[in-house]
Design a protein around this ligand. Structure first.
Ligand SMILES: NC(=O)C1=CN([C@@H]2O[C@H](COP(=O)(O)OP(=O)(O)OC[C@H]3O[C@@H](n4cnc5c(N)ncnc54)[C@H](O)[C@@H]3O)[C@@H](O)[C@H]2O)C=CC1
Ligand SMILES: O=C(O)[C@@H]1CCC=N1
Length: 278
């Protein structure tokens, strides 16, 4: 039995990322749903939504925070100072804080808490909801190996885990934290193209979806380089070569590189906006 079965976990911020994690944790039964709760900024309807979907508990804020073994910080980076100020008096150095905030350093979070609780910075993605997140974790200065083990167990329940140095988390954010959105954007573009070339939207969607699932499984299961798999599709003088030549002409690779670099730069910028106070 996982040690997490005896832990209580509170999400501070009940938005998309918190829901993706709650959904994954409840689905895997890693922590009983009555030992999970979430706190929002006054939006009771949202909490009720999570309660009805996942059967999580609804303790009062004091009990939710003071009674939690693990607090997952899941507000937007701009809201973290206020969110922690509202709960700080209820927290203790024995609790484990797991942050999913883009750009925000563990030192800054420790400075907001004002004590030496363990803080672990992570970057999951919303595919946690179906157990397929790609999550990177980095320990803050007060986190022990035992704290890391707990965090690893939580994120392994909702996908794969990589341990990185904290300064690499900006790169992870631009690559795999934001990554699902790049894929959805590609699907949007393919769907639009599908309609413009005369296919019904629903037909196009089914074909695109299966194409993406198939390609993802090929990448995962066949152990081949993406370039090798691409070449297998690309008959000389054929349709794929004709299409990819246009992608090259429009600077597809440069666009992807610039996109990811810009996302990384934004994560770094968000980090600089949160300057440690001690
Ligand atoms: N959405 C995504 O794909 C990913 C998001 N993240 C990170 O997760 C965090 C949350 O992002 P989302 O869930 O997308 O945002 P969201 O906007 O969906 O959720 C944020 C939640 O925090 C609540 N909140 C705001 N101020 C609060 C306060 N003072 N006290 C308590 N709750 C408060 C809001 O009411 C809202 O429900 C961000 O820091 C983001 O960088 C990380 C990985 C992926
Ligand atoms: O867009 C954002 O800032 C968050 C972080 C990674 C994915 N979504």
């Amino acid at each position: 039995m996982s040690i997490l079965q005896n832990k209580t976990i509170c999400f501070l911020g009940a938005g998309s990322m918190a829901e993706a994690m709650i959904s994954g944790l409840v689905d895997k039964n890693l922590i009983p749903s009555e030992q999970i709760c979430a706190i929002n900024r006054g939006n009771k309807a949202r909490i009720q939504e999570l309660v009805s979907r996942y059967g999580i508990a609804t303790p009062e804020k004091e009990e939710a925070i003071a009674g939690a073994d693990i607090i997952v910080l899941s507000v937007k980076p701009k809201d973290i100072a206020t969110a922690i100020a509202n709960i700080r008096a209820l927290t203790t150095p024995e609790q484990l804080f797991i942050s999913v905030l883009a750009g925000t350093s563990t030192d800054y979070i420790s400075s907001l808490l004002g004590h030496s609780a363990a803080v672990i910075r992570t970057m999951p993605n919303t595919s946690a909801a179906i157990g397929l997140s790609a999550t990177a974790l980095a320990p803050g200065k007060y986190a022990t190996d035992a704290d890391m083990d707990l965090a690893i167990q939580i994120f392994q329940a909702v996908g794969i885990v990589e341990i990185v140095q904290e300064d690499k988390l900006h790169a992870v954010t631009g690559l795999s934290g934001s990554g699902p959105a790049y894929v959805y954007y590609l699907v949007e573009a393919m769907e639009q193209a599908g309609q413009e070339i005369g296919l019904e939207r629903e037909t196009a969607r089914r074909l695109i979806l299966q194409t993406i699932i198939g390609a993802a499984h090929m990448l995962r299961d066949q152990g081949e380089e993406p370039a090798t798999l691409r070449k297998q599709v690309t008959s000389p003088g054929g349709t794929t070569a004709a299409g990819i030549a246009v992608l090259e002409k429009h600077g597809f690779q440069e666009a992807m590189l610039a996109c990811i670099k810009q996302a990384v730069a934004r994560s770094e910028e968000m980090g600089k906006q949160s300057v440690p106070t001690s």
